[in-house]
Design a binder for this molecule. Structure first.
Ligand code: PMP
Length: 428
């Protein structure tokens, strides 16, 4: 495959955009080479500026669960755009999507829409602090909750790919209120709570971690967190920016049968437009302005185009009774196929998967937290990434990311992917 035009476009971009990209994970910094410039996409495929066709396993980092340019979503946006793109006034469609989201997700009564996952998590933490009147938060190493200051303490995703666990610009004052725990280690959380009695407002967690590769919660880890939170008047925040409307209609709360106090959304809920949201029971949500004291706002929040895309997407997911089973089956097929060819070629690896989130770590031991994820062989990952790209398969340019399976992928695409893994595995 030739990436001449992408390389030229990247050089032009680098002159006027820091690092040539508007979000660091898009750069190929972790794996080397220059990013691919996409021209358009349809279903499971990306068409780049050089005329290459790629099977897409990133899917805009999660939102495109049904595939690219999904017609009902595109049409909803086009029709809305003709009627005006922003008013800064209430619109009926905001209530429609709120009603649908509240009906699909357990344990939430009200939802507020924002413009990104970052905003959702940042606002959820402010709300938790206001509601509990406590300052400290617990986050897990390797979990990413957006780029708001309090979260850039051992964050996963791009922050791990680039080895910048603590970003300059985050003050010591902010950092001191973020307590770090080890994912899947309940004793560690207990110890943090014991040494910060009555100071912790919330525990925020990715119920399935997706920013250090895919890492499932162990046994009853989430249930045990719930019990701890109840015992210590701490709010449990599920960051379902990746898992929401992906693992099940009701997300991880439904899949694992664990109740969260506040749930954050992004990605799928916006159908590919910039949308985030956070939701909780009445009592907590009514603590928000304009009826409550915790301030939170947004000029473009609830934007009509974004709401139209989100409503069309959620409607599809709500009416297709088989969608989550289908996604699970496709991902499981890929899982088994990749494991077989990697084993046949004696490549040391660990594949983790929950529903339609899956990742391959080139690590011998089980990958259960940030440390075990970081044990993976990065040189092997780089060779794997570039090998797959040459075979026309686009996966995330970092081992600290999950792959997102879209329903648009056919079994033919999956077979093609498995043969590409087989081919690449021979040279690893
Ligand atoms: N939380 C999680 C779990 C995420 O994966 C992300 C983004 N990948 C965010 C929050 C932040 O979302 P956004 O990039 O839309 O700000």
């Amino acid at each position: 495959m030739i990436y001449k035009r992408s390389s030229a476009l990247f050089s032009e971009a680098e002159r006027v955009i820091p690092g040539g990209v508007n979000s660091p994970v898009r750069a190929f910094k972790g794996v080397g080479g220059t990013p691919i410039f996409v021209k358009e996409a349809k279903g499971a495929y990306l068409f780049d500026e050089d005329g290459n066709t790629l099977i897409d396993y990133i899917n805009s980092w999660g939102p495109m669960i049904l595939g690219h340019a999904y017609e009902p979503v595109v049409n909803a946006v086009i029709e809305k755009a003709k009627k005006g793109t922003s008013f800064g006034m209430p619109t009926e469609i905001e209530t429609k999507i709120a009603e649908l989201a509240v009906s699909m997700v357990p344990h939430i009564d009200k939802i507020r829409f924002v413009n990104s996952g970052t905003e959702a998590c940042m606002s959820a933490v402010r709300l938790a602090r206001g509601f509990t009147k406590k300052d400290k938060i617990v986050k897990f190493s390797g979990c990413y909750h957006g780029h708001s200051d309090s979260f850039l303490i051992q964050a996963g995703s791009g922050a791990s790919t680039f080895g910048v666990p603590n970003s300059p610009g985050v003050t010591q004052g902010t950092a001191k209120d973020t307590l770090l725990a080890k994912y899947n280690d309940i004793e560690n959380v207990k110890a943090l709570i014991a040494s910060n009695t009555d100071e912790i407002a919330c525990i925020i967690i990715e119920p399935v971690a997706g920013n250090m590769g895919c890492i499932p919660p162990k046994d009853d880890f989430l249930k045990k967190l719930r019990t701890l939170c109840d015992a210590h008047n701490i709010l449990l925040i599920f960051d379902e920016v990746m898992t929401g409307f992906r693992l099940a209609k009701g997300g991880a709360q439904e899949l694992f049968d664990v109740k969260a106090d506040i749930v954050c959304f992004g990605k799928v809920i916006g159908g590919g437009l910039p949308v985030g949201a956070f939701a909780a029971r009445h009592e907590i949500m009514d603590y928000l302005a304009p009826i409550g004291p915790v301030y939170q706002a947004g000029t473009l929040s609830g934007n009509p185009l974004a709401m139209a895309a989100g409503l069309a997407m959620l409607t599809e997911l709500n009416t297709d009774a088989e969608i989550f089973n289908r996604l699970e089956e496709k991902t499981s097929y890929l899982h088994k196929g990749m494991a077989k060819v990697l084993n046949d070629n004696n490549v040391v690896h660990t594949i983790n998967r929950v529903g339609s989130m899956i990742s391959v770590h080139f690590a011998e031991d089980a990958v259960i937290d940030f440390d075990t994820a970081a044990n993976g062989n990065n040189d092997t990952f780089k060779a794997f990434f570039h090998g797959m790209l040459q075979q026309g398969i686009y996966i995330a340019p970092s081992a600290f990311e999950t792959w997102f399976i879209a329903d648009a992928l056919s079994y033919k695409d999956l077979d093609k992917t498995i043969s590409a893994v087989n081919h690449v595995a021979k040279s690893l």
